[in-house]
Design a protein around this ligand. Structure first.
Ligand code: TXA
Ligand code: MG
Length: 312
């Protein structure tokens, strides 16, 4: 169970080369990937087998690192000083030039960040010199792992390495506090309580009925393209831009191809960036080619259906 510097260096090298590494935090084990890489983040969703893109927590090693990706307001700084490193996750606005994968935010303009206290997590972050995206290291719908053996049972074939740091002392996931709106909101209760938080920042509220946000569709501020989307398009109508998959249908002036080779992981990695690009184009609406309803295609289609749904 005692990890050597070599183990940490090896894990850091794997993260840098785009692989996934499971690692202990004080709350639960995380399934980690390079948060700057769309491909690595797509692999995380693939490994978890999530039917939708739930935004992920990005782990960082210092407040200055957080500051380089997200907007730290006074409340965030006060909470960071009080509780970081530790089991508190803050949802913050992404900086304008934020280099974090859009997929970690599931297309939102916010990002959830935390500085974990576990020494293995800290050593890994320091050695990798990367922000690490990590949801709990369980398959979708299963309970969060608090020992390396739990990760081994569920995800052994999906990760390049599992760092065994013993049992997690907290054992439940971090408290998630959204600071991106007018009023701070607890999105997920955790070991840091509402009272502890309000002692530092005053008034805040708990999200109405909540256990875990199951999908970004449940987030009020979810990014949706401003242009109408037409799904399962097999032709192009006048004024449409095209979000293609595999061989593009002919006729659109503006085309983004999720994956030339029909690779669903590549498509997931490109999805939010390409949707934004087409949304910013001159076209009046966006035609989307059919995406196979399998593997990561299920999460991609879920997201596209939400984006195509009528707005209120
Ligand atoms: O203790 C923990 O938080 C563990 C360890 C590994 O750090 N991680 C964890 O991650 O529980 P995950 O992905 O299983 O849960 C992340 C939670 C979800 O409820 C998600 O909806 C919310 O954080 N979340 C992430 N990004 C968000 C965002 N931009 N806006 C709102 N909620 C967000
Ligand atoms: Mg989880």
């Amino acid at each position: 169970m005692t990890l050597s510097t070599d183990d940490i260096e090896k894990a850091a090298g794997l993260l840098k080369s785009g692989e996934l590494v499971a690692f202990p935090t004080e709350t639960v084990y995380g399934l980690g990937g390079n948060a700057l890489s769309d491909d690595a983040v797509a692999r995380i969703y693939e490994a978890k087998g999530r039917p939708s893109f739930n935004p992920l927590i990005v782990h960082m090693s210092s407040l200055s690192e957080v500051d380089s990706y997200a907007l730290l307001n006074d409340q965030a700084v006060a909470l960071a000083n009080a509780f970081w490193p530790g089991p508190l996750t803050l949802v913050l606005k992404r900086n304008h030039d934020c280099r974090l994968s859009l997929l970690v935010s599931a297309g939102l303009d916010t990002v959830a960040v935390r500085i974990p206290a576990h020494p293995v997590a800290q050593s890994l972050l320091t050695a990798a010199k990367l922000p690490i995206a990590a949801p709990s290291a369980n398959r979708s719908g299963r309970i969060s792992p608090t020992q390396a053996s739990h990760v081994q049972e569920e995800l052994a074939d999906k990760v390049a390495m599992i760092l065994d740091g013993g049992s997690c002392v907290v054992g439940i996931e971090s408290t998630v506090l959204d600071l991106s709106g007018d009023m701070p909101v607890i999105l997920r209760p955790g070991s840091i309580t509402k009272t502890q938080l309000s002692d530092v920042i005053g008034t805040l509220k708990a999200a109405e009925h909540h256990s875990d946000i199951r999908g970004p569709g449940m987030l009020e501020s979810h990014y949706a393209p401003s242009k109408p989307l037409r799904l399962n398009a097999t032709d192009i109508k006048s004024g449409e831009a095209l979000l293609a998959f595999s061989s593009p249908v002919k006729g659109a002036q503006c085309v983004e191809n999720l994956s030339d080779s029909g690779d669903l992981r590549e498509a997931a990695a490109n999805l939010f960036r390409m949707l934004r690009k087409l949304d910013a184009s001159r076209a009046q609406s966006i035609a989307v080619m059919p995406i196979p309803e399998e593997g990561l295609g299920i999460a991609i289609n879920d997201r596209l259906k939400r984006a195509a749904a009528p707005r209120n």
